[in-house]
Write a protein that binds this ligand. Structure first.
Ligand SMILES: Nc1ncnc2c1ncn2[C@@H]1O[C@H](COP(=O)(O)OP(=O)(O)OP(=O)(O)O)[C@@H](O)[C@H]1O
Ligand SMILES: [Mg+2]
Length: 278
């Protein structure tokens, strides 16, 4: 395997304290909430899919650290393992071997209940094809993940409305997905991903199904959400569209980390969030 690292401006910045131990954490102020932001560490991760007699190795020994507040792009040819990696980070699937540390918690060793909690509260996920529930309105789609959050029904509606307003959809609350454009559906899915205030926003080609003007608008929303203090990991085929936002790009090839490039912003993200106590 060849890993080519291309250091650009800012790459000599100090590593955040504690990043070697997985204890690195910052705090971000978002609205009235203070969120602890943890590092994410992937160690020698593999994922095999059994296919009858054969095994497809989709990930082949990936090691990676994402620091709190970073905006990471993941690129690579079709079949290189990008979605597989994102799904493992999201807790939608389990690795075949290796570790996935979020702060001090290893996703690979979590119980099903702990993994469900990770999906509901730690990460927000945005997909290329939106994955909205077709029979529910925009408001109901955003409200749904809050069902087990402990918020009462009135507060849930209030929060869903505010999240949709925040992505410019206050005039479309009662529309079902078939009554929304692609860009509007993606805005609903972004609002839904934020329902439980996740510290990580994971996106799998979120602009892959949109025209270029709409894709630009969606990219701007992600940029703002990052600047508000979230760690963002975005799989994309459109590096040119995303590069002004990204702190770093990694390229996967045949399930391996092939190339890494820093994009000239300070390490750990350009959102200006001060380091917090570990
Ligand atoms: N459920 C599965 N069973 C068997 N093989 C799979 C499965 N999911 C993915 N693969 C294989 O694993 C490899 C990586 O797939 P993955 O979906 O992660 O690629 P990708 O980089 O996201 O591609 P694309 O850019 O086309 O979305 C591919 O060779 C794919 O065929
Ligand atoms: Mg994919």
């Amino acid at each position: 395997m060849q890993v080519r690292s291309v250091p650009l401006a800012g790459s000599a910045a100090k590593r955040p304290q504690g990043s070697d131990t997985g204890l690195c954490a910052r705090r971000a102020e978002i609205g009235h909430n203070t969120r602890v932001m943890e590092s994410l560490r992937v160690e020698n991760l593999t994922k095999d899919y059994p296919m009858g007699e054969r095994v497809v190795r989709a990930l082949d020994g990936i090691s990676l650290e994402v620091v709190p507040g970073e905006f990471l792009g993941v690129v690579g040819r079709s079949g290189s393992g990008k979605s597989t990696l994102l799904n493992l980070l999201a807790g939608l699937d389990r690795p075949s071997s290796g570790s996935l540390w979020v702060g001090e918690r290893d996703l690979a060793r979590m119980s099903p209940e702990q993994l469900a909690h990770h999906r509901q509260h730690t990460v927000g996920i945005v997909f290329q094809f939106f994955h909205l529930i077709p029979t529910l309105t925009a408001l109901q789609n955003v409200e749904l993940p809050m069902a087990f959050s402990g918020l009462g029904p009135g507060k849930r509606v209030e929060k869903a409305r505010s999240l949709l307003e925040n992505v410019g959809l206050s005039q479309r609350l009662d529309h079902v997905p078939s009554q929304l454009s692609g860009g509007e559906q993606q805005r609903v899915s972004i609002a839904r991903s934020l329902a439980n205030d996740p510290q990580f926003l994971l996106a799998d080609e979120p602009t892959g199904n949109l025209d270029s003007a709409t894709a630009g608008e969606i990219q701007e929303i992600f940029k703002r959400l990052h600047l508000e203090g979230r760690t963002v990991i975005c799989v994309t085929h459109e590096q040119d569209l995303w590069k002004e936002s990204l702190d770093r790009v990694i390229e996967l090839r045949d399930g391996r980390l092939f190339r890494e490039e820093r994009l000239g912003r300070s390490e750990g993200g350009g959102n200006g969030i001060p380091d917090g106590e570990d």
